[in-house]
Design a protein around this ligand. Structure first.
Ligand SMILES: Nc1ncnc2c1ncn2[C@@H]1O[C@H](COP(=O)(O)OP(=O)(O)OP(=O)(O)O)[C@@H](O)[C@H]1O
Ligand SMILES: [Mg+2]
Length: 340
């Protein structure tokens, strides 16, 4: 540890639509849902992360919950800034006489516009960052998975998050081709909400839809190890009275089919646009899945059936991008692809 290292703190942030993860000294120090709760009358922040998530969908007039990111990018600048600031506080950097200068690496979707990129930097600066570098999410995911991204070998990464699915072919420390679509875990939840309304005549909230996805979500209508049916509670649309119905994984697989097909189409499109030498590599190395969406039952099998390629799900896929961002932070000089 350098003499003045207490004057700078280096942190890596995966600022995701669904979850924000902060890494400091190689450790995950924050892993919270990307959400804040505010008092409407004063605009004062009352909770962030898990605490705010508990209030989501259950607020009264004077409290509102905001998810500052939509589709992988900042949708509410002020809320994003609050959220980053509060989450940095959670790391527990002591309020010493000289607050440390913060050096950050933050990952961003590869399909992001310059204006959206600026918004990420501005929020981080407002939240106290002195030096900021950005890294594209699929690159961070690849590093986090343990792929040697500097090698002259092609690897395909599919990162399915809450707001975006990113498909990228990486070789020689660069993204050779990339496809980013704004269809991911959040859309699966919307599909489920809509299905419950249309098919079972009950209205459910976003959190219940998320629960259903995790308990009985599936990408295939037939699974080798099917989960048990899941009791869902919502409001009957006809009587207005709370009601319970049981859902099974096959019906959820059918209702998610359209969105999953769009992700599949994007994967096929990315494969089509891959230069032949790299295609040959991918035939061998296969496709790596990361992001929370890759935990959907049967998704790996479905992509394998569609592409006939080996499909690997990253270890701890929810944290692969954050891990990679942390490694990039440690190797500032080696990874010249970090964006200033
Ligand atoms: N077991 C599971 N099955 C299906 N989906 C899951 C599971 N666990 C988490 N998810 C979904 O994964 C998504 C969150 O993944 P992740 O944290 O990688 O996204 P993010 O990085 O916040 O979003 P983005 O990268 O799009 O900005 C959510 O939509 C969540 O519902
Ligand atoms: Mg992500």
């Amino acid at each position: 540890m350098g003499l003045f290292s207490f004057l700078t703190k280096e942190i890596a942030i995966d600022l995701g639509t669904a979850n924000t993860i902060i890494i400091h000294n190689d450790k995950v120090v924050v892993d919270e849902p990307s959400i804040v709760a505010l008092e409407r009358s004063t605009g004062k922040i009352i909770a962030v992360g898990k605490k705010a998530m508990m209030m989501h969908g259950k607020t009264h007039e004077n409290i509102k919950t905001i998810r500052p990111l939509r589709d992988g990018v900042i949708a509410d600048f002020q809320a994003a800034e609050y959220m980053i600031r509060e989450m940095i506080k959670m790391i527990g950097i002591k309020n010493t006489l000289f607050p440390p200068a913060l050096k950050m690496v933050i990952c961003i979707p590869s399909g992001i516009t310059e204006v959206e990129e600026r918004a990420v930097k501005d929020s981080a600066e407002q939240a106290g960052a002195k030096e900021i570098k950005l890294i594209h999410e699929p690159m961070a995911a690849a590093i986090g998975i343990g792929i040697d991204v500097l090698e002259p070998t092609g690897n395909m990464i599919v990162d399915i998050g809450g707001g975006t699915s990113e498909i990228a072919v990486i070789a020689l420390g660069g993204i050779v081709n990339n496809k980013s679509i704004r269809i991911a875990g959040d859309d699966f939840n919307v599909d489920i909400e809509e299905y419950m309304r249309k098919q079972h005549n009950i209205t459910i909230g976003e959190r219940t839809a998320e629960r259903i996805k995790i308990e009985v979500g599936s990408a295939l209508t037939e699974l080798d190890n099917p989960p048990d049916d899941y009791p869902v509670h919502g409001r009957d649309m006809l009587t207005g009275i709370p009601k319970e119905i049981k859902v099974n994984y096959s019906e959820i697989a059918s209702c998610l089919d359209k969105s999953i097909s769009k992700i599949e189409a994007a994967v096929l499109n990315a494969l089509e646009n891959t230069p032949p030498e790299l295609s040959a590599d991918i035939y061998r190395t296969g496709i790596y899945l990361a992001g929370g969406g890759s935990l959907l039952r049967g998704l790996d099998k479905r992509i394998h059936q569609k592409t006939k390629l080996p499909v690997h799900v990253a270890e701890d896929p929810l944290r692969a991008v954050a891990r990679g961002t942390g490694i990039a932070l440690k190797n500032f000089d080696k990874f010249t692809f970090l964006i200033k």
